[in-house]
Design a protein around this ligand. Structure first.
Ligand code: PRP
Length: 211
């Protein structure tokens, strides 16, 4: 049997995904090994192959067909704009994309001042400020720990994910504007969807039932 290949987002999302897949009847014992550094895992019986990738790369693997399916946050889907079908909201990994900063920055936002915005998500920040708010801003791309931006004077605000809000609180920042809610999504390669429609649709149906 040909493998169905599934790209998972390394870390917490992969664990939650495997819990859901198991409930839907798709297992991968190999992946449960404690402390393994392996990246690819198979279930020969079910003809499944899972691999662990960095979130931003998951839509890339799916677009190019290196994976038939992928599970990734909707933040990454929005940021990367890759070609793939988004077929299911998996309901976990829930958080919000927000504009955050010190309280004082709220005034600058309100008056549409030319501000600096630091983010790991420059495309989302651009779409929000330019297309939704019609506000010209200076967007600075960072790789992580974006909260540092306003704290060390690099930017006025940040565009970032807020889950519990504790990173903001512990660093004296707050949510100033909410851009959109986020959650994990199941995506499918467009060719695989046609060529393996029976297997993939069956998988989608079983996962939907397990939600
Ligand atoms: C994410 C995000 C925030 C934090 C939000 O960072 O960028 O910093 O989680 O979570 P909270 O609201 O529950 O505090 P992540 O841990 O992915 O690391 P990063 O800063 O390196 O991106």
């Amino acid at each position: 049997m040909e493998y169905l290949t599934i790209a998972l987002t390394k870390g917490r999302l992969a664990n939650k995904t495997m819990d859901l897949f198991e409930k839907a009847g798709f297992t991968c014992e190999e992946m449960k090994e404690e402390g393994t550094r392996k990246l690819i895992f198979t279930n020969e019986e079910q003809g499944l192959k899972f691999f662990l990738a960095k979130g931003p790369d998951v839509p890339t693997y799916v677009e190019y067909g290196a994976a038939d399916l992928g599970v990734v946050g909707s933040d990454i889907i929005m940021e990367e704009s890759r070609r793939a079908y988004e077929v299911l909201d998996l309901g976990f990994g829930k958080c919000r994309m927000c504009v955050c900063g010190p309280k004082e920055a709220a005034e600058k936002l309100r008056h549409h001042e030319m501000i600096r915005v630091a983010s790991k998500y420059p495309a989302i920040a651009k779409e929000y400020f330019y297309n939704r708010k019609h506000q010209t801003v200076d967007i600075i791309k960072l790789g992580g720990s974006v909260e540092l931006g306003p704290l060390v004077g690099l930017s006025d605000v940040i565009v970032d994910i807020v889950e519990t809000g504790s990173t903001l609180r512990e660093n004296g920042l707050e949510v100033l504007e909410e851009i959109c809610p986020l959650s994990a999504r199941l995506i499918v390669n467009q060719v695989s969807m046609q060529m393996q429609s029976e297997r993939i649709n069956d998988m989608i149906t079983r996962i939907r039932r397990a939600l």
